[in-house]
Design a protein around this ligand. Structure first.
Ligand code: ADP
Ligand code: ZN
Ligand code: ZN
Length: 721
């Protein structure tokens, strides 16, 4: 190796380095063809690791560099735009650059050993020598078949021995062809509804801004026909030979939307979501990278789809919490969408019936253009009644109110369908000793275990710890142990006591563990095999059943008790969304919300379908407490298995922040997190309220580097709480 000028590759590898985003230089062997954005294998200490090539440059080196061992990819997997996007993301979320890149790629393409997923290939048998004279009847049959054209090897098993000998003789040959694991065959239809006036207007306003960066907030009530607007926008984008990204909260929950898109656009669509196998994800990703599809529908991470010529980005139900990733990188899909749209000069459409307060405020400030659709396509909004359970309890109605029972009766009598929501899964929510008050909790998380009748065991909903139900109190030996609380499993049982002949189906985490189970439940309910769908928040969003005329909500006020500044917003949104499932087509809808404290403004506003009113009330509180959107909220979590260490280090971090941040930034804490123990680790938190992110970056970066290599404690940063 000569010293002096050399063509050098800068490679980002996943190793713990002092300087967080350092790359390492490697020599490119003369025979190697390498491009920026590919993965390579490189020597690192005594190991061989995989990394991303971020730069190739001529450089003067005064020491001898090691050679790159091998190029992993045939195709560039991180194009220039995605490389820059990763840098941007690592800056705004304060994650390591490599973490950012890995979040952008399907697992099969992450620079990590042992994650490789092979391409799926089919082997074909082809006839190479058609002048060959068969030696027996079997050979003749086989050759005759192959004269028509190549055939799949696995279909020729019947001729296995003839095939083998003819392959050996070179009369036949094998050819491999790559296939995609997911192949959608849905009949497309050219029938499109005539747009309503509201839909027309919205469409026109967005299309006026085509080929420019323009963010829109589409505030359209449930059933106002937002999906049709999205599809028309995409039709236009395809005409321009551009591409579209459509994000939905959780794709397994919205099979109807996917099907609607597939009927309109056929196989121009790739689908990306967490329920796909790694191989399926890899295939869908490559369809996009190779330009074989023009539309992707997917959950959060589909925002990184490697399209090159985006014409629009659509984010449906933009208020949904799942658009924010909760582990590193803690990015928000809307932020990434805005960044990509700026690069591609295209519109972004954020759609919701219940916009997040942040988005609505931005619309009011003119940062987003506000578009509204106030009317449902077919009928008026459903009539919502609030049902006081204190009164019902007195009359002996404990779970279902008298009002809801009567409405259910009438609904089934007319042959219509109902949806009942209870946002708690399991059978009962806690088990408590009558005599000493002992409560059965998770040893890893210190939180109540939920009893599940079907498996006759108690389960932690956070870490999945499972244990048998005690027969006597483990503390005092008493037999008086009682079950408290209500989950969907018990709700279904109770329902069946009232309506033994009404077929019910339940949808929650426990009934949807198998792949395709969401879809099966939704299909069966749509085909009216069942009259009632009981479930958790899973059933609140996006579903469209024309015969659902009744929605019941049990414990509609329960979510207000969650200690989170967004609990009122989540309550308003959940109630509005689930109400929105009733009366979406030609029949009128009714909604009953049961609870004990129903006079909260979030519940009253949901009843009146009055988003503006909710917004106004909630903004008053956010202002007093200086919560978003008035100020940004950043959270630093200290996590350790050692309680004392965790507490002490949190104090240190807080006092460092107090002395190094400008005085107008409030530093709150440290306090134990609302969920203080999870999986045997303790959680302390420090909250920061600040106006400009730039003001806190350097102090936080300092802390981040301090804790980067510590073994017994983790410092975790979330700048978009
Ligand atoms: P949203 O997403 O706003 O809640 P959807 O897009 O699901 O509402 O539309 C509600 C229903 O109205 C769907 O069944 C849809 O097929 C239908 N629909 C939408 N636009 C039209 C239209 N212009 N004419 C007739 N039906 C429509
Ligand atoms: Zn006891
Ligand atoms: Zn647990």
């Amino acid at each position: 190796m000569t010293l002096g000028d050399s063509v050098v590759a800068e490679v980002l590898v996943e190793v713990k380095a002092k300087q967080i985003n350092d790359t390492f230089s490697y020599n490119i062997p003369d025979t190697m063809r390498l491009e920026v954005g590919k993965r390579v294998l490189v020597p690192f200490g005594s190991r061989i690791v995989e990394g991303f090539v971020l730069k190739i440059e001529k450089k003067e080196v005064d020491y001898s560099l090691k050679d790159i061992i091998e190029v992993v990819d045939e195709e560039v997997i991180l194009n220039q735009e995605l490389l820059e996007l990763g840098t941007y993301m690592s800056k705004i979320t304060m994650c390591n650059l490599i973490t950012a890149y890995q979040a952008m790629l399907p697992k099969a393409l992450k620079a990590k050993k042992g994650t490789h997923v092979p391409k799926k290939e089919i082997t074909y048998i082809v006839l190479l020598d058609d002048a060959y004279a068969p030696k027996n009847e079997k050979q003749k049959e086989l050759l005759d078949l192959l004269k028509e054209g190549p055939l799949e090897k696995k279909e020729l098993e019947h001729y296995a021995s003839s095939m083998k000998s003819l392959l050996q003789k070179g009369i036949l040959g094998q050819k491999k062809k790559e296939v995609y694991r997911l192949d959608y065959t849905i009949e497309t239809s050219l029938v499109r509804p005539t747009l309503t006036e509201e839909q027309e207007q919205v469409l026109e306003k967005i299309q006026k801004k085509e080929n420019t960066f323009a963010p829109f907030l589409l505030h359209g009530v449930t059933g106002s026909g937002k999906t049709e607007v999205y599809m028309r926008l995409i039709e236009r984008v395809l005409e321009q030979e551009k591409e579209a990204i459509v994000l939905v909260p959780e794709i397994s929950l919205t099979p109807q939307l996917v099907e609607t898109f597939q009927r309109r656009f056929g196989d121009a669509i790739a689908i990306l979501h967490s329920r796909l196998s790694e191989g399926e994800k890899y295939d869908e990703w490559r369809k996009i990278a190779r330009g074989e599809v023009s539309i992707v529908i997917g959950a959060r991470s589909a925002i990184f789809a490697p399209f090159r010529n985006l014409g629009i980005i659509i984010i449906d139900e933009e208020h949904t919490a799942t658009y924010k990733q909760e582990n590193n990188p803690k990015y928000h899909a809307v932020t990434i969408a805005l960044k990509r749209a700026k690069t591609h000069h295209c519109p972004v459409v954020l759609g919701s019936a219940t916009p997040s307060l942040e988005s609505y405020t931005r619309a009011k400030l003119g940062i987003y253009e506000l578009l509204t659709m106030k009317k449902r396509i077919y009928r008026n909004m459903p009539k919502v009644s609030l049902i006081d359970m204190k009164e019902n309890m007195k009359k002996g109605y404990r779970i279902f109110s008298k009002e809801l029972l009567e409405a259910l009766e009438e609904c089934f009598h007319k042959g219509e369908q109902a949806i009942i929501l209870l946002n708690r899964r399991g059978y009962t929510t806690s088990i408590v000793c009558h005599d000493c008050g002992y409560k059965v909790t998770c040893p890893n998380c210190d939180i109540s275990l939920t009893y599940h009748k079907k498996i006759n065991a108690m389960k932690c909903h956070y870490c999945n710890y499972t244990t048998a139900k005690p027969q006597v109190c483990p503390e005092c030996g008493s037999h008086h142990i009682d079950e408290f609380g209500l989950g969907t499993e018990k709700l279904e049982e109770e329902f069946q006591k009232y309506f033994p002949n009404v077929p019910t189906i339940r949808m929650d985490v426990d009934t949807t563990t198998r792949k395709g189970s969401h879809n099966a439940i939704i299909q069966d309910f749509a085909s009216k095999k069942y009259s009632v769908l009981i479930g958790t928040q899973m059933i609140a969003k996006g579903l469209d059943f024309e015969d659902v005329t009744l929605v019941g909500v049990i414990h509609g006020d329960a979510s207000l008790n969650i200690p989170d500044f967004r609990s009122a917003e989540r309550t308003y949104s959940l109630l509005s969304q689930v109400s929105g499932r009733a009366g979406r087509a030609k029949k009128e809808g009714k909604v009953f919300i049961q609870g004990f404290n129903l006079d909260h403004y979030s519940i009253v506003a949901a009843k009146d379908h009055d988003y503006e009113k909710f917004y106004e009330e909630e903004m008053k509180i956010r202002k007093i407490l200086q919560y978003p959107p008035y100020k940004n909220l950043g959270m630093i979590r200290m996590i350790s298995k050692d309680y004392t260490l965790c507490s002490k280090e949190s104090e240190k971090v807080a006092s460092y922040l107090r002395s190094h941040l400008p005085s107008d930034i409030s530093v709150l804490g440290p306090t134990l997190a609302p969920m203080p123990k999870y999986n045997n680790s303790y959680y302390f938190q420090i909250l920061l309220k600040y106006k400009k992110t730039g003001d806190i970056l350097s102090a936080i970066n300092f802390l981040r580097e301090q804790y980067q290599q510590k073994k017994n404690i983790t410092l975790d940063i979330d700048l978009s709480v």
